[in-house]
Design a binder for this molecule. Structure first.
Ligand SMILES: C[S@@+](CC[C@H](N)C(=O)[O-])C[C@H]1O[C@@H](n2cnc3c(N)ncnc32)[C@H](O)[C@@H]1O
Length: 305
């Protein structure tokens, strides 16, 4: 069930430039259409500014183009109905960072194929899985269809502008979704605060900020700091016309704390999962080699005041 897609492709992309081909949503309700081709291999990677609109637009197109590959590559690790916070494999089943979930309205932000929401639903929660990418949400429907289960409720929207009334949810969570990709995460935190009920938890995982000082490589080349931890300039990939095709934003640990507190949250915990013995599986720049030396993930546990 897609709750909030707009059928007119013109409206699907408010950032579409004049003359540009609109993103085409597949006609059929679930999954037959191939994803749009991507030719990002030639894109240039650099550090430069990228604002709210450019970042959002890049994320949406990048994840639509790359959702198939992402699910193909990581789907087995993620599991169809597993709630894992990070490449270190910390599961909500063990960590219980959200507290009691049964009977709670839960918003999953940047849900991808909604694996976490499926875990939540199996434990009696009422999850809504939100993502900016239509293709990612199609994967959610694909998984539900294959399992013959009731579909997870999904919403296509940008996390910076949540299409929900104030106080709609008891809990909000995000496993590497939206926060690393949004230019104005102070505003995003305020949006999450707005849609949560008093006392509601907001738990999200992101790349550990210290990783921004190191090359994003799983091997020894990823062990030597080459950039300033304090440099907040976004990481951008851009096409040959200078249009961003992929954007990630960096905040220091202190920035994140200030964003949360500024939005009205109390920080309850900051988890830095250690690399578990026996986990050999790499995920991009996350590897056993680096994971044993310094953290790859930060999980912020906050409560709405
Ligand atoms: C690294 S994936 C994580 C997906 C899922 N949480 C998981 O663990 O597999 C990041 C997700 O965030 C989504 N995303 C990126 N920017 C977003 C935004 N501004 N609003 C909502 N979702 C966004 C992407 O479409 C993508 O599905």
């Amino acid at each position: 069930m897609i709750l909030a897609t707009t059928p007119d492709p013109e409206d699907l992309d408010p950032f579409r430039e004049e003359g540009e081909t609109p993103f085409e949503a597949p006609d059929d309700s679930v999954f037959d259409a191939p994803a749009a081709d991507g030719d990002e291999d030639d894109d240039e990677a650099l550090r430069r500014d990228a604002g709210v609109v450019e970042s959002s637009r890049a994320s949406r197109h990048w994840w639509d183009r790359n959702a198939d590959e992402y699910q193909d590559e990581h789907g087995e690790f993620l599991g169809d109905a597993r709630f894992t916070w990070c490449p270190e494999g910390l599961d909500e089943a063990d960590a219980r960072l959200l507290g009691e979930v049964a009977g709670r309205d839960v918003l999953e932000i940047g849900a991808g194929a909604a694996q976490c929401s499926r875990w939540l639903a199996a434990r009696g929660a009422r999850p809504v899985a939100l993502d900016i990418s239509h293709r990612q949400l199609q994967h959610s429907l694909r998984i539900d269809q294959a399992r013959g289960a009731d579909p997870v409720a999904v919403v296509q929207a940008d996390a910076a502008v949540l299409p929900f009334a104030d106080g709609s949810f008891d809990l909000a969570c995000s496993a590497y979704g939206a926060v690393p990709f949004s230019a104005d995460t102070a505003a995003l935190m305020r949006e999450v605060h707005r849609v949560l009920r008093p006392g509601g938890r907001w738990v999200f995982s992101v790349t550990h900020p210290i990783r921004w000082a190191f090359p994003d490589e799983p091997g020894v080349e990823g062990l030597t700091a080459t950039a300033s931890y304090f440099d907040r300039t976004p990481y951008v990939e851009q096409d040959d016309e200078g249009r961003a095709t992929y954007v990630e934003h960096h905040r220091t640990v202190g920035d994140r704390v200030r964003e949360l507190v500024g939005a009205g949250f109390r920080l309850l915990d900051l988890i830095e999962p250690e690399w578990p013995a026996g986990l050999d599986q790499e995920w991009g720049g996350w590897s056993p080699l680096r994971g044993r030396l310094f953290p790859g993930t930060a999980i912020f546990v906050a409560e709405r005041g």
